[in-house]
Design a binder for this molecule. Structure first.
Ligand SMILES: Nc1nc2c(c(=O)[nH]1)N[C@H]1C(S)=C(S)[C@@H](COP(=O)(O)OP(=O)(O)OC[C@H]3O[C@@H](n4cnc5c(N)ncnc54)[C@H](O)[C@@H]3O)O[C@H]1N2
Ligand code: MOO
Length: 418
């Protein structure tokens, strides 16, 4: 049997390096910058006021006190957005609003509350009186004090979230080169499957892996598309693959890969020779397959596209744990995104058993003990159909291959899912 690490390497090798694409800022959300981004302009772009008040020369207020107030003429009124360049004559003040360009020659701002001026939407008075000195530089936001033109705004590989969108927009950047999101098409197989919302007959189940794996692909940062499941018929299955191959960077299937008499995925793809089916020493997720699918020639004679394909086992828990362990890290790396989930060491909240010779990924819930240390409570039985406990879990307990059981309190390695 192949080890988990060996199969991870095989799956990773299906993907190429990240590819650049230019996207608008809103489209770039959640993507990784492909290149370093340097500031095309300084922020702030000009010296401006941090307060509604008066721009002054600090020296003019040097002797101001309640007993000896200083009164200056108000020579200009500067709202935010005023674009003409003003200069302050010593011995005068300019009324100024937050964000407005500070006049040349002014070196401090006195907030309106510290003057005799009326606070609020009133016309500027002819004079303003100050009763305290002000430090040079006070409440002035200097050009370039946030970031200077040419400085590194975002290094390559930064995942773009709201603050990064804010910085890029402030720098006047409308489009950015990021690692291209990959298109993942998810196909489920199984004659027992019924679309949610339709009536069920005995022996039928609702199809859940397709929706679940598509959601997992989207959560991993890809563009996911769920294609309606196909019947257990190799011809129909291959025709479906041909249909979606042109639009997919990766095809994921679920089901039909174990040892049954009707394993559509395995039967159809084994014949092509470009997908290998293996057993991986893990639980859940033992039967795995991956490789490439080359679609049939197009009607005009051009060769069909070749697409990486990963065939996951049909048991729901096996499918999602396999996605987590094999696909998610490789998919994210190919999109320039940090591939690994956070891992922590926690103490077991209960005894566990584990199949000897298989690396086990048990569902768990993390909590903090009274003494502040991390504890993980294993939940649910190990069976691969227990979706309920998968939905409850916020962690996977990674139990090493050679371990057949661990007692409560043992330290374990935990993959943090949320
Ligand atoms: N004789 C053996 N039997 C099995 C073996 C084995 O080694 N020898 N391996 C077991 C293991 S482990 C797994 S995992 C499963 C994998 O089976 P398949 O990938 O062939 O999947 P199916 O047989 O199609 O389905 C398994 C199970 O999951 C349900 N299922 C399938 N697709 C969906 C879906 N889209 N939505 C919801 N549920 C789905 C299906 O109804 C089955 O109950 O094989 C074991 N057997
Ligand atoms: O190994 Mo299967 O993937 O448990 O249910």
């Amino acid at each position: 049997m192949r080890t988990v690490a060996e199969h991870q390497a095989v799956v990773s090798a299906l993907f190429g390096p990240p590819v650049p694409v230019r996207l608008s800022l809103s489209e770039a959300l959640g993507r990784a910058t492909f290149d370093d981004v340097d500031a095309p302009l300084s922020l702030p772009g000009f010296d401006n006021s941090a307060m509604d008040g008066f721009a002054v020369l600090a020296d003019d207020l040097a002797g101001a006190s309640p007993d000896s107030p200083v009164t200056l003429p108000v020579a200009a009124d500067i709202p935010a957005g005023r674009t003409d360049a003003l200069a302050l004559t010593p011995g005068t003040a300019h009324r100024i609003m937050t964000g407005a360009p500070s006049p040349a020659g002014a070196d401090a701002i006195v907030p309106v509350e510290l003057t005799d001026a009326v606070v609020g939407p009133v016309a500027a008075a002819e004079t303003v009186t100050f009763t305290a000195p002000v430090e040079s530089g006070k409440h002035l936001r200097r050009a370039g004090s946030d970031i200077a033109r040419g400085e590194r705004a975002l290094p390559a590989g930064t995942v773009i979230g709201a603050p990064q969108v804010g910085l890029l927009a402030a720098l006047g950047i409308a489009e950015i080169t990021v690692a291209r999101p990959l298109h993942v098409v998810v196909l489920s197989t199984g004659s027992e499957l019924v679309e949610p919302g339709k009536p069920l007959r005995h022996g039928q189940i609702y199809e859940s892996n397709g929706a679940m794996l598509t959601a997992a692909a989207i959560e991993a940062g890809a563009i996911g598309r769920h294609v309606h499941f196909v019947p257990d018929n190799t011809g129909d299955f291959l025709a479906r693959l041909d249909q979606v191959a042109g639009e997919a960077d990766l095809i994921i299937t679920s089901g039909g890969v174990s040892a049954g008499a009707f394993e559509v995925v395995k039967d159809a793809l084994s014949a092509t020779g470009s997908v290998e089916f293996v057993k991986v020493a893990m639980q859940p997720g033992m039967p795995q397959g991956c490789g490439h699918h080359t679609a049939s020639d197009r009607p005009d004679g051009t060769p069909g596209p070749t697409v990486p394909i990963i065939t996951l086992p049909g048991n729901p828990v096996s499918a999602l744990v396999s996605f987590e362990v094999f696909i998610r890290p490789a998919l994210r790396a190919a999109m320039g995104l940090p591939p690994q989930r956070r891992r922590v060491t926690a103490r077991l909240g209960a005894d566990i058993r584990s199949p000897q010779g298989k690396r086990q990924f048990l569902r768990g819930v993390l909590r903090t003990d009274e003494d502040g240390s991390g504890v993980v409570d294993p939940i649910g039985p190990p069976g691969s159909h227990h979706l309920r406990f998968l939905a409850e879990a916020d962690a996977l307990i990674d139990v090493p291959t050679e371990v057949d059981g661990l007692a409560v309190g043992s330290a374990v390695d935990v993959l943090v899912l949320r």
